[in-house]
Write a protein that binds this ligand. Structure first.
Ligand code: AQP
Length: 334
């Protein structure tokens, strides 16, 4: 590093192993993470503690957590450049979360749209964990003094709450936390469900989901079945043609083409041509990732060495913040 070069900014982001990773996880998050790994100091996490805010099968959660790491690496995240770890291996997240929860208002949490959506979906199991999820997310970010948080559009509200909590804490105790900024990619920022293009493609909602590990024939089938409209015109119009607009966004994110170029390429052609072409673009995008992830998933020892090393490095950074916070709120030093 040059003598006067500014320090690299720090990034934190994570994905819950609450289901298999989707095309939305890739286009809305991981693809963006890969592009940031050289310019920033990045921590990329598998947030298993967030996943248990809704009921999980323990064996599936364990398997998915490790496989998710393999998929991160297969997408191009380099363990030598990034700190990659499993959230529950770094206890400082939970410890800071408790403190931050005491600086968060009930009303603020009640306004979170993700809580309202998930509470409606899991009406028989609305836990305190689901309600306080954004506090744990604030702890994930603040414990590393992250400058930037790459997230999909749907998570922007949580990052804003995180800033409010940090600002409140700093206001009471003096500068303690860096105020993080959300970092939202433009293209593919929100991949919508293929079954209901007005709602987000979610990994815990298999209808309308393309999974990163799906086989080519399944991907083709899913796109052929995608909900569209009946005017047979490939045009971006989110309001009146949400299905086609979603497919166009996916196609552009997969191929690097602009919307104008894609519209021109399919002008005068029906959906019978367009849908398989979108499928093909996604198949080719995901093929190398799936093959590499399958290879890595078989190498358990390697994956273990990555997540252990990651947890050790993350813990070292997190402990510095936690100690500072405990001192400020008045806890007796251990
Ligand atoms: N469909 C999507 N489009 C764009 N970005 C998305 N993300 C998730 N789905 C899409 C982004 O991926 C990151 C990790 O999200 P997460 O998995 O931790 O939480 P989530 O947003 O709740 O994801 P899911 O798939 O909807 O999970 P479940 O079904 O368990 O709730 C975030 O940056 C998110 O924006």
């Amino acid at each position: 590093m040059e003598a006067n070069a500014p320090a690299k900014k720090r990034i934190f982001s994570g994905i819950q192993p609450s289901g298999e990773l989707t095309l939305g996880s890739y286009m809305g998050a991981i693809k963006n993470w890969v592009s940031l790994q050289d310019e920033y100091n990045c921590l990329y996490c598998i947030v298993d503690m967030h996943a248990i805010t809704v009921r999980q099968n323990p064996a599936d959660l364990r398997r998915r957590s490790v496989n998710q790491l393999a998929q991160y690496i297969a997408c191009g995240l380099d363990p030598a450049k990034n700190i990659m770890f499993i959230q529950s291996h770094v206890p400082q997240h939970a410890e800071l979360s408790w403190v931050l929860g005491c600086y968060t208002q009930f009303g603020e949490l009640s306004r979170m749209t993700q809580f309202k959506d998930k509470a409606a979906k899991h009406a028989d199991n609305i836990t305190a964990g689901l309600f306080t999820y954004p506090v744990l997310m604030a702890a994930d970010i603040l414990v590393y003094q992250a400058d930037l948080v790459p997230v999909g559009q749907d998570q922007k509200q949580h990052v804003e709450l995180c800033r409010d909590i940090a600002q409140r804490f700093n206001g009471v105790y003096g500068d303690t936390f860096t105020l993080p900024e959300p970092f939202i990619p433009k293209m593919g920022a929100r991949v919508m469900s293929l079954g209901d293009p007005t709602s987000k493609m979610s990994k815990s909602d298999p209808d309308g989901c393309v999974y990163m590990m799906d086989k080519p024939e399944d991907i083709m089938c899913k796109f052929k079945r995608a909900v569209t409209d009946c005017d047979a015109c490939v045009k971006f119009d989110k309001e009146n043609k949400p299905g086609i607009s979603n497919l166009l966004s996916i196609y552009c994110a997969a191929t690097g083409k602009t919307v104008d170029e894609a519209e021109a390429a399919f002008a005068g052609q029906g959906y019978g041509i367009f849908k398989p072409a979108v499928a093909e673009s996604v198949i080719e995008l995901l093929r190398p990732i799936r093959e590499e992830a399958e290879r890595l998933t078989a190498d358990k020892a390697y994956l273990e060495s990555v997540y252990k090393d990651g947890a050790q490095k993350a813990s070292y950074l997190a402990e510095k913040t936690l100690r500072k916070v405990y001192k400020k709120v008045g806890f007796v030093a251990r």
